[in-house]
Every structure is written in structure tokens, then in C-alpha cells.
Write a protein that binds this ligand. Structure first.
Ligand code: PMP
Ligand code: GLU
Length: 402
């Protein structure tokens, strides 16, 4: 069978693969503790569900405008204004099938073959592959582990070439768990500003998940007049409102970009599920949602702090304190090449390490290889405290048994 060449340089999504493997083992009756996919273990808030049910029962089951209903785009515009200090009009917004689709459609709308895209590492697994699918060339800039994996303005300035078309900024970050503070973002912005043809794609999907007194900041809000025409602001409802399965993402940007994305999406998926549109309005306008968000955030902060403490108690493991999103991203460099577990097996990188851990103590970790860090693993702490104690306990046992 002959399939398209474009798939040859693309890998399977490791985050989804690990989760599928853990779920398959659970189905077989294995007691797996999964730190795999990053998705809140909370349920979607009831008023949001009710808005969709009401719309469904009222017959909202037909095609809608590709970019979203006027009501949904207005609610997003007002949210961006209120929360992010961004003055995007409804027609400068497009709703897509999850954050992933928002990013992908925007890359497809902006990149030409050979365009370079600067991606700070560790990076979310899908960025390089999405860039390649859109014809672009990923250019990885390694963050400094000693500075919570953040890149510096000097590094960014050095990475820009005449072929650079885009820089991806993800703060708070998956998988690094770090958050660029406004002054740090401003320094990065100063490095990109002189290069007028360079877009910045700001993936802000974890904006409400901030810990240890960190502040979130939208890239375009640094100076909206300067950045609006060159910023792709991506967001979704998946993490903030525990709505991963709903598949609701949105992009805000200059009108020409949004029109281009609309054209592309109109030949691809059309609108997102029609009766989910009122759920967007409910999530973004019901004041009771603030309490829901705070409750989830508070729980994540407690769990993240506990996970970070427990991980650092394991000899050979070194973990930065997560300041955003819901991931711990420890280094396991001190354990590679050494006998591990009951069998004394040796792992040369995080893929092998994660496989051994899953096989022997049934704990699912995501290897850092596809995040650009083969001596790190990612653990999601969007799971109960009991799981955290149990899973890290097993991991500690595995690491010390060798
Ligand atoms: N960006 C980042 C940084 C992510 O971690 C994810 C994974 N959820 C996405 C985008 C995609 O979000 P969604 O699930 O809404 O497609
Ligand atoms: N983004 C989440 C993660 O990194 C969900 C899985 C995915 O879409 O990659 O685990």
C-alpha cells in the first residue's frame, strides 16, 4: 500500500500513545497508575454541560458559521478583553476543533515550504510535527534547566535567521511546567520585534493554571498596537474548564489571518459541533465559573507541590518546582546507565526507562524524548493525591531496587 510521504517524518503522538497503553493495561485488570495524558481529572462544570444539552434539545443540530456563532465569538472577544487585555473583535476570532486544531490551522495558514519555526525545548510534542506537516522546518532552541527550562532573549535573537517565519511561545508550558513572567516575555519580545516578518504563536491554553505566585501574560498584551498584526493567540477550553473531550479551541489574530484560517477550515472541518457553541458562551460568561476554576487550580497546586517534593526524594531524580500547567518534568539523568528495578535492567534513555517502569511497577510516565529531552520524563499531576502518593512510591521503589 502506498501512503503519503508527508507522514514519513511524523511520529505518533507520544502523550496519546502512553495514555492508550496505560488504559489498555487497566482494561486487562492491571493496577496502573497513569501520569500520562495531561487532562484534568475533574468533570466539566454542570452549567456548561446544561448549556449544550439545552441547545441539543432545542434543535441546534445544523451547520453553523465555520468560524463559530456570533454569540460564541462575541463571548471569546469579551473574555480576551476582560482577562487578557486584548482588543480582538469577534471577526478577529475563529473557533476550531480543540487547541490542537487551532494551532494546526494557523500553521497551515502562515507557513510556506522551508520556513523556519523557532521552538523552545522542552516543547509540547505536537509542535514540530505540526510545523513539518505545514511545510515548515522546526528550529529547536534549548531552554536552560537551571532557569526552569526558559530560553533567554539572547538565545532567541541568535536563532532568528532570514528564513524564520514564526516563534512558538507556550507559557505556562507543557511539559516544562514553567511560566515566563511579563518582564521575561518583554525581553523575548524585544529580540523578535526588529524582525518584522516573524509571527509569534502564543499558546496560552494553560493561562489559568499558575502556582507559586506566578503571573500570566498574553504575548500580544505586551504592546497590542505593535504585536496584534504578528501574533497568533491560541487558546482552548480543554484545560481551564475540564473540557478536553469537547474539542473546543480558538485563535485570535489579525483579520487577514482569521479570514485565511476560515477559508481553510471551511474546506476541512467546517464549524465545531453546533450544540457546543452555547457551552462556550456559558463557560466564558457565567461568573460561577471563576469558583470552579479556582477549585481546580488550588487542587492542582497542592498535588504539584507534593509530586515535586516526592520526586526530589528519589536519589538520581531532579525536579524543578512546577509554576504552571500540570506537569512535573524531572531529570532522570542520574539513573540512566545504572541497574534498575528487580531485574537490574539498564535504561539508556527516557523511552527505555519509561518502558521498564510501566512493565515492572505499572506506572505510566511520558518519556521526554519527543519533548526534546531524552533524559527527562513527564508526569501529569492532574490526578488524585492518592495516585500521586502511590505512583511515586512505586517509582521510588523501582529506582532504588537496582
Ligand atoms: N497546546 C498545548 C501546550 C497542549 O498541552 C495541548 C494538549 N492539550 C494542546 C495545545 C492541545 O489542546 P487540545 O486538547 O484542546 O487540542
Ligand atoms: N496535550 C495533552 C498532553 O500533552 C493531551 C494529549 C495531547 O493532545 O497531546 O498530554
Amino acid at each position: 500500500m502506498q501512503l503519503a510521504q508527508r507522514l514519513e517524518s511524523i511520529a505518533e503522538s507520544i502523550t496519546l500513545a502512553v495514555t492508550a497503553r496505560a488504559n489498555a493495561l487497566k482494561k486487562q485488570g492491571v493496577d496502573v497508575v497513569s501520569f500520562g495524558a495531561g487532562e484534568p481529572d475533574f468533570d466539566t462544570p454542570l452549567p456548561v454541560k446544561e448549556a449544550a444539552i439545552k441547545a441539543l434539545l432545542a434543535g441546534k443540530t445544523k451547520y453553523e458559521p465555520t468560524a463559530g456563532t456570533p454569540e460564541a465569538r462575541k463571548a471569546i472577544s469579551e473574555k480576551l478583553n476582560r482577562f487578557n487585555r486584548l482588543d480582538y473583535k469577534p471577526e478577529e476570532i475563529i473557533v476550531s476543533v480543540g487547541g490542537k486544531h487551532s494551532l494546526y490551522v494557523s500553521f497551515m495558514a502562515v507557513l510556506n515550504p522551508g520556513d523556519e519555526v523557532i521552538i523552545p525545548a522542552p516543547y509540547w510534542v505536537s509542535y514540530p510535527d505540526m510545523v513539518k506537516l505545514a511545510g515548515g522546518v522546526p528550529v529547536v532552541v534549548n531552554g536552560d534547566p537551571a532557569n526552569n527550562f526558559k530560553i533567554s532573549a539572547a538565545q532567541l535573537a541568535r536563532a532568528v535567521t532570514p528564513r524564520t517565519k514564526m516563534v512558538i511561545i507556550n507559557s505556562p508550558s507543557n511539559p516544562g511546567g514553567h511560566t515566563y513572567q511579563p518582564a521575561e516575555l518583554a525581553a523575548l519580545a524585544a529580540a523578535v520585534a526588529p524582525h518584522k516578518n516573524v509571527w509569534v504563536c502564543s499558546d496560552e491554553i494553560y493561562e489559568r493554571l499558575l502556582y507559586a505566585g506566578q503571573q500570566s501574560c498574553s504575548w500580544a498584551a505586551l504592546d497590542f498596537a505593535l504585536w496584534k498584526d504578528r501574533t497568533i493567540t491560541c487558546n482552548c477550553l480543554s484545560k481551564t474548564y475540564a473540557m478536553t473531550g469537547w474539542r473546543i479551541g480558538y485563535t485570535a489574530g489579525p483579520r487577514a489571518l482569521i479570514d485565511a484560517m476560515n477559508k481553510l477550515q471551511g474546506q476541512m472541518t467546517s464549524n465545531i459541533t453546533s450544540f457546543c457553541m452555547p457551552a462556550i458562551v456559558e463557560a466564558l460568561t457565567n461568573p460561577a465559573m471563576e469558583t470552579e476554576i479556582q477549585t481546580m487550580r488550588d487542587a492542582f497546586e497542592k498535588r504539584g507541590t507534593r509530586m515535586w517534593q516526592l520526586l526530589n526524594q528519589i536519589p538520581g531524580v531532579k525536579c524543578n518546582r512546577p509554576t504552571g500547567a500540570f506537569y512535573a518534568f524531572p531529570s532522570i539523568a542520574g539513573l540512566l546507565g545504572k541497574p534498575l528495578g528487580k531485574t537490574g535492567a539498564i535504561a539508556k534513555d527516557a523511552v527505555e526507562f519509561s518502558r521498564l517502569v510501566l512493565d515492572e511497577v505499572h506506572v505510566a510516565l511520558v518519556p521526554g524524548n519527543d519533548f526534546g529531552c531524552p533524559d527527562h520524563v513527564r508526569l501529569s499531576f492532574a490526578t488524585g493525591m492518592e495516585n500521586i502518593e502511590k505512583g511515586i512510591g512505586r517509582l521510588a521503589q523501582f529506582c532504588q531496587a537496582g
